[in-house]
Design a protein around this ligand. Structure first.
Ligand code: BMA
Length: 367
């Protein structure tokens, strides 16, 4: 509840302050982008949104056409994830790193938005100017910065990203807001932007350059940004490469390892509580940006015994905006249930829990 005008005067005179309305870092963010940020802050007080990578594009044993609106999650429980995850890996070619045609991806992002859902985009970027994958272990970041031999190449790559993002249009022609999560899991060293391959300062610079380029040079104002380190030991490690409060909107965390078994779920809970605390200090949102367990490691009750138990563990973890599970590539690699999977019944219980929010549970997110 907000105080009335005369109460305000009294409260201000007494030196009482209120946290400002949460706003995304882009002062020129479109109305829908600002609304999405605010509504995420609101809805997160009621529950956690389920997110699934590539959910509309394919599932175990099927592949969607541009006109389909389908998902393994929907096949299993009759409801869609509230958040749709996408990846820009291989942008500049017809299909992304996992075979999703970019033209279809645009259609699904727009349709997910038109139905009131949220879109989040990661980027398993190739080494710019080459076909070397994200998992290339060498120093690239410094070469992308101003003065580096790949700086122009990087800008050309960002131009391709900008064209893609500018093409995302809602029913009224308005830009579709997206949550952009570049250079993820950077405190590990498996990607070329990882800890061993650039200094903290270089990492911060490339992050900032990238966002500034999209927002200021390319004039895109439909981007909410998300920072997402992998497992970390302390708040200091989490923040070591943090690009800055003026450019990060959401503090995320990717954690697969600690969710494999009940023995480590306390660790996962504590890490997420740290992320929420760091986000709250900054009047920003927190999210559980990637998790899941692979085939073979899976406990049939993983959804309620482990995942729900972790995200619903404390008042702090309950402030996470969403939890994203990775893609359903095939029978070997899948993180959401699919018809016939051993986790189906437990997933239905997860869905039925009032704390978990699916597409159909969302209030209007863009007003
Ligand atoms: C990884 C795996 C890969 C995939 C990549 C990018 O975690 O799922 O199969 O190509 O993400 O989506």
């Amino acid at each position: 509840m907000r105080p009335c005008a005369s109460c305000w005067i009294i409260l201000l005179a007494c030196g009482v302050t209120f946290p400002a309305e949460p706003e995304p870092t882009d002062p020129l963010a479109t109305a829908e982008t600002k609304a999405l940020y605010r509504n995420l802050c609101e809805v997160t007080q009621k529950g956690i949104l389920l997110a699934h990578q590539d959910t509309l594009a394919y599932g175990v044993g099927w592949k969607a056409g541009a006109n389909d609106f389908d998902s393994d999650v929907h096949r299993v429980c009759g409801r869609f994830p509230a958040v749709f995850g996408w990846d820009l890996g291989h942008i500049g070619t017809p299909a992304n790193i996992d075979g999703v045609p970019f033209e279809n991806m645009k259609v699904w992002i727009a349709r997910g938005y038109a139905r009131g859902g949220v879109n989040t985009i990661s980027w398993h970027a190739r080494v710019p100017g080459s076909i070397e994958s994200s998992w290339t272990r060498k120093k690239v970041v410094v070469r992308l910065l101003p003065g580096g031999d790949l700086h122009q190449t990087w800008q050309t790559k960002l131009d391709e990203v900008a064209v893609f993002l500018a093409d995302l249009k809602g029913p009224g022609g308005e830009p579709v807001p997206v949550i952009f999560r570049p250079f993820h899991e950077h405190n590990g060293s498996w990607f070329w932007w990882g800890a061993e391959w650039c200094t903290p300062d270089e990492y911060k610079q490339i992050w900032r350059f990238t966002i500034d380029y999209l927002r200021k040079t390319r004039g895109l104002h439909n981007i909410i940004t998300c920072y997402s380190p992998d497992r970390f030991k302390s708040a200091e490690e989490y923040l070591e490469r943090y690009p800055g409060d003026d450019v990060v909107d959401i503090l995320g965390h990717d954690n697969y390892g600690d969710l494999r078994s009940s023995d480590t779920k306390e660790q996962a809970r504590r890490a997420l509580e740290t992320v929420v605390a760091l986000a709250e200090e900054r009047n920003k949102l927190a999210a559980f940006t990637e998790t899941g367990v692979g085939q073979g490691e899976r406990n049939a009750n993983w959804w309620t015994d482990i995942l729900l138990d972790v995200v619903n563990a404390s008042p702090q973890t309950r402030k996470l905006a969403w939890v994203l599970v990775w893609r359903n590539a095939d029978r070997r690699q899948n993180y959401a249930p699919f018809p016939g999977a051993a986790t189906v019944e437990d997933f239905k219980a997860f869905e039925a829990d009032p704390f978990t929010l699916f597409l159909e549970d969302l209030p209007p997110m863009y007003k």
